[in-house]
Design a protein around this ligand. Structure first.
Ligand SMILES: [Fe+2]
Ligand SMILES: [Fe+2]
Length: 198
Protein backbone atom coordinates (compact mmCIF):
# COMPACT_ATOMS: atom_id res chain seq x y z
CA UNK A 1 0.00 0.00 0.00
CA UNK A 2 1.27 3.47 -0.90
CA UNK A 3 2.40 5.43 2.13
CA UNK A 4 0.01 8.22 3.03
CA UNK A 5 1.37 11.77 3.14
CA UNK A 6 0.08 14.02 5.93
CA UNK A 7 -1.34 17.33 4.70
CA UNK A 8 -4.16 18.20 7.07
CA UNK A 9 -2.26 18.79 10.30
CA UNK A 10 -4.10 16.30 12.47
CA UNK A 11 -0.58 15.73 13.75
CA UNK A 12 1.89 18.62 13.72
CA UNK A 13 4.53 16.76 11.72
CA UNK A 14 5.02 14.11 9.07
CA UNK A 15 3.88 10.49 9.25
CA UNK A 16 7.53 9.50 9.68
CA UNK A 17 7.82 11.79 12.71
CA UNK A 18 4.68 10.32 14.20
CA UNK A 19 6.03 6.80 13.60
CA UNK A 20 9.22 7.71 15.48
CA UNK A 21 7.25 9.07 18.45
CA UNK A 22 5.04 5.97 18.57
CA UNK A 23 8.01 3.63 18.25
CA UNK A 24 9.66 5.30 21.26
CA UNK A 25 6.51 4.98 23.35
CA UNK A 26 5.77 1.25 22.96
CA UNK A 27 7.43 -2.17 22.90
CA UNK A 28 8.56 -3.65 19.56
CA UNK A 29 5.71 -6.17 19.34
CA UNK A 30 3.15 -3.48 20.06
CA UNK A 31 4.69 -1.28 17.37
CA UNK A 32 4.22 -4.05 14.78
CA UNK A 33 0.58 -4.40 15.88
CA UNK A 34 0.11 -0.65 15.47
CA UNK A 35 1.46 -0.73 11.90
CA UNK A 36 -0.95 -3.58 11.16
CA UNK A 37 -3.86 -1.60 12.57
CA UNK A 38 -2.96 1.34 10.34
CA UNK A 39 -2.96 -0.95 7.29
CA UNK A 40 -6.34 -2.44 8.19
CA UNK A 41 -7.76 0.98 9.11
CA UNK A 42 -6.77 2.52 5.78
CA UNK A 43 -8.56 -0.26 3.88
CA UNK A 44 -11.69 0.08 6.04
CA UNK A 45 -11.57 3.89 5.79
CA UNK A 46 -11.39 3.76 2.00
CA UNK A 47 -14.35 1.37 1.86
CA UNK A 48 -16.44 3.44 4.28
CA UNK A 49 -15.73 7.01 3.12
CA UNK A 50 -13.59 7.97 6.09
CA UNK A 51 -10.72 10.47 5.72
CA UNK A 52 -7.56 8.41 5.18
CA UNK A 53 -5.25 10.78 7.03
CA UNK A 54 -7.55 10.86 10.05
CA UNK A 55 -7.72 7.05 10.01
CA UNK A 56 -3.92 6.79 9.74
CA UNK A 57 -3.26 9.15 12.66
CA UNK A 58 -5.93 7.51 14.84
CA UNK A 59 -4.56 4.02 14.08
CA UNK A 60 -0.95 4.99 14.74
CA UNK A 61 -1.76 6.54 18.13
CA UNK A 62 -4.52 4.17 19.33
CA UNK A 63 -2.13 2.14 21.54
CA UNK A 64 0.41 4.93 22.14
CA UNK A 65 0.14 4.59 25.95
CA UNK A 66 -0.41 0.80 26.10
CA UNK A 67 2.96 0.17 27.77
CA UNK A 68 2.75 2.96 30.38
CA UNK A 69 2.73 2.03 34.07
CA UNK A 70 -0.39 1.81 36.22
CA UNK A 71 1.05 4.62 38.35
CA UNK A 72 1.32 6.93 35.36
CA UNK A 73 -2.32 6.28 34.46
CA UNK A 74 -3.53 6.83 38.04
CA UNK A 75 -1.58 10.08 38.14
CA UNK A 76 -3.08 11.15 34.80
CA UNK A 77 -6.65 10.39 35.97
CA UNK A 78 -6.12 12.92 38.77
CA UNK A 79 -4.15 15.41 36.68
CA UNK A 80 -6.80 15.56 33.92
CA UNK A 81 -9.64 15.43 36.47
CA UNK A 82 -11.19 12.39 34.79
CA UNK A 83 -14.00 10.35 36.40
CA UNK A 84 -12.50 8.95 39.65
CA UNK A 85 -14.34 5.66 38.97
CA UNK A 86 -11.67 5.03 36.34
CA UNK A 87 -9.28 4.26 39.19
CA UNK A 88 -11.20 0.99 39.66
CA UNK A 89 -10.27 -0.23 36.18
CA UNK A 90 -6.96 -1.17 34.60
CA UNK A 91 -4.65 -0.80 31.60
CA UNK A 92 -7.23 -2.37 29.24
CA UNK A 93 -9.55 0.61 29.81
CA UNK A 94 -6.99 3.26 30.73
CA UNK A 95 -4.89 3.15 27.56
CA UNK A 96 -7.97 4.27 25.62
CA UNK A 97 -9.81 6.72 27.84
CA UNK A 98 -6.83 8.11 29.75
CA UNK A 99 -4.46 7.51 26.84
CA UNK A 100 -6.36 10.06 24.74
CA UNK A 101 -5.45 12.81 27.24
CA UNK A 102 -1.79 11.81 27.26
CA UNK A 103 -1.76 11.73 23.44
CA UNK A 104 -3.23 15.24 23.35
CA UNK A 105 -0.48 16.54 25.63
CA UNK A 106 2.51 14.63 24.29
CA UNK A 107 1.74 14.47 20.56
CA UNK A 108 -0.22 17.75 20.30
CA UNK A 109 -3.12 15.99 18.59
CA UNK A 110 -6.30 17.95 19.27
CA UNK A 111 -8.74 16.56 16.69
CA UNK A 112 -11.76 15.42 18.72
CA UNK A 113 -12.71 12.72 16.23
CA UNK A 114 -9.26 11.12 16.50
CA UNK A 115 -9.17 11.39 20.30
CA UNK A 116 -12.65 9.85 20.58
CA UNK A 117 -11.62 6.97 18.32
CA UNK A 118 -8.74 6.31 20.75
CA UNK A 119 -11.09 6.56 23.77
CA UNK A 120 -13.54 4.09 22.22
CA UNK A 121 -11.18 1.64 20.54
CA UNK A 122 -11.11 -1.03 23.30
CA UNK A 123 -14.73 -1.34 24.37
CA UNK A 124 -16.62 0.80 21.89
CA UNK A 125 -19.47 3.06 22.97
CA UNK A 126 -23.23 3.46 22.63
CA UNK A 127 -22.76 6.00 19.87
CA UNK A 128 -19.85 5.48 17.50
CA UNK A 129 -18.76 7.50 14.48
CA UNK A 130 -17.60 5.72 11.35
CA UNK A 131 -14.00 6.56 12.30
CA UNK A 132 -14.57 5.01 15.77
CA UNK A 133 -15.84 1.84 14.09
CA UNK A 134 -12.94 1.74 11.63
CA UNK A 135 -10.37 1.82 14.46
CA UNK A 136 -12.35 -0.57 16.71
CA UNK A 137 -12.60 -3.16 13.92
CA UNK A 138 -9.09 -2.60 12.50
CA UNK A 139 -7.68 -3.30 15.97
CA UNK A 140 -9.46 -6.67 15.93
CA UNK A 141 -8.64 -7.85 12.40
CA UNK A 142 -5.17 -6.38 11.63
CA UNK A 143 -2.89 -8.79 9.72
CA UNK A 144 -0.96 -9.83 12.87
CA UNK A 145 -4.07 -11.04 14.72
CA UNK A 146 -4.44 -14.80 15.01
CA UNK A 147 -7.45 -16.31 16.77
CA UNK A 148 -10.02 -18.90 15.65
CA UNK A 149 -12.66 -16.45 14.35
CA UNK A 150 -10.34 -13.89 12.77
CA UNK A 151 -10.95 -15.03 9.18
CA UNK A 152 -14.69 -14.66 9.70
CA UNK A 153 -14.21 -11.25 11.35
CA UNK A 154 -12.14 -10.09 8.35
CA UNK A 155 -14.73 -11.32 5.86
CA UNK A 156 -17.56 -9.55 7.71
CA UNK A 157 -15.51 -6.33 7.97
CA UNK A 158 -14.97 -6.38 4.23
CA UNK A 159 -18.67 -6.44 3.50
CA UNK A 160 -20.28 -4.55 6.40
CA UNK A 161 -18.59 -2.39 9.04
CA UNK A 162 -21.59 -2.36 11.41
CA UNK A 163 -21.87 -6.14 11.30
CA UNK A 164 -18.16 -6.31 12.07
CA UNK A 165 -18.65 -4.08 15.12
CA UNK A 166 -21.46 -6.38 16.31
CA UNK A 167 -19.40 -9.52 15.73
CA UNK A 168 -16.39 -8.14 17.58
CA UNK A 169 -18.47 -6.89 20.51
CA UNK A 170 -20.14 -10.25 21.05
CA UNK A 171 -16.82 -12.02 20.67
CA UNK A 172 -15.12 -9.78 23.24
CA UNK A 173 -17.98 -9.98 25.76
CA UNK A 174 -18.05 -13.77 25.40
CA UNK A 175 -14.34 -13.86 26.11
CA UNK A 176 -14.65 -11.62 29.18
CA UNK A 177 -17.58 -13.63 30.56
CA UNK A 178 -15.77 -16.93 30.05
CA UNK A 179 -12.66 -15.56 31.74
CA UNK A 180 -14.76 -14.18 34.64
CA UNK A 181 -13.43 -10.71 33.97
CA UNK A 182 -15.21 -7.45 34.75
CA UNK A 183 -17.10 -5.75 31.93
CA UNK A 184 -16.82 -2.00 31.46
CA UNK A 185 -20.29 -0.35 31.35
CA UNK A 186 -19.52 1.22 27.96
CA UNK A 187 -19.09 -2.26 26.50
CA UNK A 188 -22.50 -3.32 27.83
CA UNK A 189 -24.07 -0.15 26.43
CA UNK A 190 -22.74 -1.00 23.00
CA UNK A 191 -23.91 -4.60 23.25
CA UNK A 192 -27.42 -3.55 24.31
CA UNK A 193 -27.55 -1.07 21.48
CA UNK A 194 -26.58 -3.74 18.96
CA UNK A 195 -29.15 -6.23 20.25
CA UNK A 196 -31.89 -3.64 19.92
CA UNK A 197 -30.74 -2.74 16.41
CA UNK A 198 -30.42 -6.23 14.97
FE1 LIG B 1 -5.66 -0.94 22.54
FE1 LIG C 1 -4.50 -2.16 19.53
Amino acid sequence: MKEIEYQQHYFPGSRQELLQAVKKSVKAKRYQHILGVEQAALALAAANQVDLEQASVAALVHDYTKNRSDDEFKQAIKQYKLDPDLLNWGNFIWHGVVGAEIIKTELKITDTAILNAVRRHTVGAKTMTTLDKVIYVADFIEPGRDFPDVAMARAIAKSDLDQAVAFETKHTLNYLLNASQTIYPGAMDLYNQLVVKN
